[in-house]
Design a protein around this ligand. Sequence first.
Ligand SMILES: [Cu+2]
Length: 144
Amino acid sequence: MSCSNLGLGIVALLSVMLGGCGEQDLRIHEAQVRAPVPGVDRTVGYLVLENRSDHHMTLIGATARGVRAIEMHTTRVSEKTGMMQMRPLETVSIAPGASVRFQAGGRHLMLLGVSELNETLAIDLQFADGSSQHVNFTVLALVP
Ligand SMILES: [Cu+2]
């Protein structure tokens, strides 16, 4: 076997090994966190998770340095009051080939106990299979 063949063999083996952890099967788009309103220590995060694998992925939580807790919420109109209401989500499942969108007025990440943010915020997304994904969220400045 020549050197170049050996090299290709290792690359092929590595890609098989990495394929097992499923990280590259998940694509993240539009990861954004809104800068908190001055004096408020909570804010929201949005993103799109695209599952390019052939199995379900289940998001079970998220953490970030400098943020006390991150919850997953959904927003619904209350049947009783007609007001918008947030409810916690324990898990968010993404079907094979599907995308799940966290966006304004819907599903969102609720960041609680937020200290000062820089231009980006690194959030670790945790999945039911024990894997996690490190995602850099762009921090959006407040619209004046
Ligand atoms: Cu919320």
